[in-house]
Design a protein around this ligand. Structure first.
Ligand SMILES: O=C(O)CCCC[C@@H]1SC[C@@H]2NC(=O)N[C@@H]21
Ligand code: NA
Length: 575
């Protein structure tokens, strides 16, 4: 495909892409040299708890809006219509519950890491399990986040794959390591504006090419791409109102309620009220992001219709078709292809920078500090920066790992990202909503949830690989392509998306469950098993924890523990 590459990018396009990287770096350097100059972990990891709601709301949106959404959502809407747009309904409860339930719990405890809560509520073991689960999830996710845009861009435009991965990965590592959370949040703000601009450019040019809004609207209606609300209660149907609006709530809670990257942003707020406001203001940002990417899919349909010629051409994935469409639309407007590439990498940078910073935070707060109580602030800050840098290198290594395996693993990797989100959500819900749940139940519950997640996720992935894809992958490695790597496939936990040939029954029914229900299923399994409170090794598990906690509890008493927490902690201690 390299032949295409040459005709797309003029000098001004490369300049725009370079400007994105330079601007991100300048913001990082600014925060490295201003304020407290990143000399304490409170500043490096929590922005001195000084952030206001506007930058936070944009950063909350950007952290989980990677290039996968920028390319995958249009592919989804182009191929299947606008049913996916109903996921926007899940943003209401998906942000109200974090704002009024999770934020008060985390904020009033003045935590640095979400997993500190697990030790306060349960015991050290539960905290460690939660932390390691989170690290596993985000290391995989950030590898995909940096590799996806480079892979798709390379396939369509010949843009150098490793040049793009290294440029974004290293630039991101440097500004995250130098500027800490303040730099990550403010680069997210800047990158969100670039993302919106890039998508708007494609939509405006596309509608103009189609002949204007009226022609655009006519073609969309003729192609019946506007899906009506699908109230089918069948949980095995991939996208219905229920899987998106209800299943999507659990996906949102696993990201905006308990994921360290988002919790850290709440904790970096000046006041609890600012944190809650940032959640409210993230709602319009998420809706705009969703709307722009769905509109891009509709414009693509209006321009190409479902004429199969486009499909038959050498595309192995709908994502590549989206990039081909964009480059085809913008090629006569020097600078716009570069703007869209900047948009693509802005989505990637804003996601992996949040991952680096949150991974460094939990490693420092949950795995290192508890074992080095006498560590000086200066040394802790230096170590945090080294961790952020090392996670940047791990991200590049993960990108290479995904490159080695055929890209179907990419989907599996994202499945792991989605599958792990549900059990962590279940663990926090067990702690917050069920005062009588104990540490044994928490560990058993998390374990059961992870087993269920991997069993159904991988089981579903294997049993649903359509023969065509299996046959496809024999003759060339990197096909699988992202064959179905649409936003849906990727967004959470995806198994290969195909319409079920027959009505699945029994175990196959479980494997056929729509991926949008995985977060709900896995978190429910954690809560159910957690409440079974199998009283095995109860005393040993809690005995140690109690002794340690009693000493810690005296210190914690000064910090405000919500009444509900104190009551169940006392219950626990009494048991
Ligand atoms: O990285 C991605 O872009 C996909 C993973 C997370 C996407 C989910 S879908 C619901 C919520 N809304 C968003 O814009 N992102 C998250
Ligand atoms: Na992003």
């Amino acid at each position: 495909m390299d032949v295409i590459g040459q005709k797309y990018f003029t000098t001004v396009d490369f300049v725009l892409f370079a400007l994105l990287l330079v601007a991100s770096m300048v913001i990082g350097l600014y925060y490295a040299l201003s304020g407290g100059r990143q000399r304490t972990t409170q500043e490096f990891l929590l922005a001195d708890r000084s952030m206001k709601c506007l930058p936070l709301s944009l950063s909350l949106m950007a952290s989980f809006q990677s290039a996968v959404a920028i390319v995958g959502t249009p592919a989804e809407v182009y191929a299947n219509g606008t049913q996916y747009w109903f996921i926007g309904c899940s943003y209401i409860l998906g942000l109200l519950i974090p704002a009024h339930i999770f934020i008060p719990v985390f904020y009033r405890l003045q935590l640095n890491s979400a997993y500190q809560y697990l030790e306060l509520r349960f015991c050290k073991t539960v905290r460690i399990c939660g932390t390691i689960t989170f690290i596993f999830q985000m290391v995989i996710y950030m590898g995909v986040g940096v590799y996806t845009p480079a892979l798709a861009l390379n396939a369509v435009t010949g843009f150098h794959l490793w040049g793009a991965v290294l440029a974004t990965g290293l630039i991101c590592t440097v500004y995250t390591t130098l500027g800490g959370l303040k730099a990550v949040i403010w680069t997210d703000v800047f990158q969100t504006l670039v993302m919106f601009a890039g998508q708007l450019a494609v939509i405006i040019v596309g509608v103009q090419q189609v002949g204007g809004l009226s022609d655009f609207w006519r073609k969309i209606r003729e192609g019946d791409r506007i899906s009506s609300i699908d109230l089918n209660p069948d949980p095995t149907v991939r996208h219905t109102f229920w899987t998106l609006a209800l299943g999507g709530v659990f996906l949102m809670l696993s990201l905006y309620g308990v994921n360290q990257a988002q919790v850290q942003r709440y904790l970096s707020s000046r006041t609890e009220k600012e944190a809650i406001m940032s959640c409210y203001m993230a709602f319009p940002c998420l809706q705009i992001a969703l709307g722009l990417s769905c509109l891009m899919g509709l414009v693509m349909f209006a321009c190409y219709g479902d004429n199969s010629t486009l499909n038959e051409q050498f595309f192995t994935s709908k994502d590549q078709m989206v990039l081909y469409f964009v480059m085809d639309m913008l090629q006569n407007f020097p600078g716009l292809p570069g703007l869209f590439v900047a948009c693509l990498f802005s989505a990637s940078l804003s996601t992996i920078s949040s991952a680096f910073n949150s991974l460094a935070t939990v490693t420092m707060e949950d795995l290192i500090k508890p074992h080095c109580p006498s560590m000086t602030e200066a040394r802790a800050t230096l170590l945090s920066k080294i961790l952020a840098f090392l996670y940047g290198l791990v991200c590049l290594a993960m990108a290479y790992v995904f490159h080695l395996m055929n890209s179907s693993v990419l989907q599996a990797a994202l499945s792991i990202f989605g599958m792990v989100g549900g059990p962590l959500l279940g663990l926090f819900c067990l702690g917050i909503f069920f005062p009588w749940a104990n540490s044994t139940g928490a560990v058993m519950g998390l374990f059961a949830g992870l087993v269920m997640a991997f069993w159904v996720g991988i089981g579903g992935f294997v049993t649903q690989m359509p023969s065509s894809i299996i046959m496809h992958s024999q003759n060339c490695t990197d096909t699988v392509a992202t064959e179905n790597m649409t936003m849906a496939t990727v967004t959470a936990i995806l198994t290969a998306v195909t319409d079920k040939p027959s009505k699945p029954v029994g175990l196959h029914g479980l494997y056929s469950l729509s991926y949008m229900w995985y977060s709900a299923l896995n978190s429910s399994v954690v809560v159910l098993f957690g409440l079974l409170q199998i009283p095995i090794c109860h005393d040993q598990m809690n005995g140690v924890a109690n002794k340690e906690r009693n000493t810690e509890m005296e210190e914690e008493r000064e910090t405000f523990l919500p009444l509900s927490q104190i009551s169940c902690l006392e219950q626990e201690t009494a048991v």
